[in-house]
Write a protein that binds this ligand. Structure first.
Ligand code: UDP
Length: 374
């Protein structure tokens, strides 16, 4: 039996979702032959500034956007993360050595930009057998150079645009493969008839449903958008996923909507919610977009995290696989147009989005990892 250790740092919902997606692929192809574990490196560190990275990320991508944008100045300077890793190695060595000693992996996979250079340095500097190290990049286009560590054994990326970008950061071409975004195989299993799923969820089986999502942290103008749709679109129901944003959930629950509105916190049944919905209105998170492509759900993007998610909007627009509408009023216009059953444009958008779907990505990733393990 071989052990695959997936390293990540919680921030939004995408990194954990990607880790779980890779595990779903490994389990589906290799069952008990491979054991897996996911470790959030930040949570294992003693320093309160480091082990609250999830809260810091949430702040950086909301109120602290000015600082987040400043960090993206390192965007085209791949030497910055390399030097940072050298300087920070002593600070992380104990934590990482403890993780490796406890987990005893035969293969390490990184699904976060911060856990490539540092863990690899620590791993290569320690005695013991050679443990291969693989990066699975989960940003669609605008990949930060921190992801790119030319010494990794293999690197998998979601799109050709991402590959071009990482080659520009010095990644060796023979070790970078385009496989698609890792999406849990639960999204590829037919969940059945939409009306039946709606009934199971306690929704109105006949009314079209718009699903609103703001990533794992429930960020973006979800409240304003819900209000605009509730007052501006006839004969519709809403499902709003607020993720870990408890304040937003309470705010939404306090409203008398006048239409059916289903409000959720952090859900574990996103495949079901997507299958039951007609449209998705979301921030431009790569995980959510890739899941919607597979679910055949038309996507309206209302915002993006600067830097990291900017490319996702351009990617969707360039392939005409969705719409970008920032203001609630604009979103309402697109929702109205897309809920019109006679709308041929929507059929084309769905066809374009489906063409970008990579339902097999996790199986390809699993197969590559297995080959490296042998
Ligand atoms: N997600 C989830 N439950 C929730 C909210 C989000 O499982 O309540 C998942 C969603 O399906 C996706 C991921 O979290 O897989 C969000 O990733 P994305 O890259 O879209 O955005 P992030 O939250 O990382 O900014």
């Amino acid at each position: 039996m071989k052990k695959v250790l997936i390293l990540m740092i919680e921030g939004g919902g995408g990194h954990r979702a990607s880790a779980k997606a890779i595990i779903s692929g490994l389990e589906s192809l290799y069952g008990d032959e491979i054991v897996t574990s996911i470790v959030d490196v930040s949570k294992e560190h003693w320093c309160p500034l480091v082990n609250r990275m999830d809260d810091i990320y949430r702040w950086l991508t909301t109120d602290g956007l000015w600082l987040w944008k400043a960090l993206w100045v390192t965007d085209n300077r791949p030497w910055v993360p390399q030097i940072a890793a050298r300087l920070l190695t002593p600070f992380f060595r104990g934590t990482l050595n403890r993780i490796f000693a406890t987990e005893k992996p035969d293969l390490v996979v990184a699904v976060h930009s911060f856990v490539n250079h540092l863990p690899l340095r620590v791993l290569r500097q320690s005695a013991g057998p050679y443990i291969p190290f693989v990066t699975v990049i989960t940003d669609m286009v605008t990949v930060h150079p921190a992801w790119c560590c030319p010494d990794v054994d293999y690197c998998m990326v979601p799109t050709t645009a991402a590959r071009e970008r990482v080659l520009g950061y010095g990644m060796p071409p023979d070790r970078v493969e385009v496989v698609g975004q890792p999406v849990n195989i639960a999204f590829t299993r037919g969940l059945g008839n939409r009306s039946a799923i709606r009934r199971k969820l306690g929704w109105d089986a006949a009314l079209p449903c718009v699903l609103l999502v703001g990533g794992g942290d429930g960020v973006g103008p979800l409240y304003e958008t819900a209000q605009a749709i509730a007052s501006g679109v006839h004969s519709v129901q809403l499902a709003v996923v607020t993720g870990r944003n408890v304040g937003l959930k309470a705010q939404l629950e306090a409203v008398d909507w006048g239409i059916p509105v289903h409000i959720y916190g952090f859900v574990n049944n996103m495949p079901e919610l997507m299958s039951a919905s007609d449209l998705l209105v979301t921030k431009a998170g790569p995980g959510t977009i890739a899941e919607a492509f597979i679910a055949g759900l038309p996507v309206i993007l209302f915002s993006f995290i600067p830097g990291q998610e900017e490319g996702n909007v351009k990617y969707v627009q360039a392939h005409q696989a969705g719409a970008y509408a920032q203001e609630p009023g604009e979103i309402v216009d697109v929702v109205r147009a897309w809920l019109d059953p006679e709308n041929d444009r929507l059929k084309q958008v769905v066809a374009n989005a489906s063409a970008l779907a990579c339902p097999d990505a996790v199986l390809v990733i699993a197969e590559r990892l297995y080959r490296i393990l042998l």
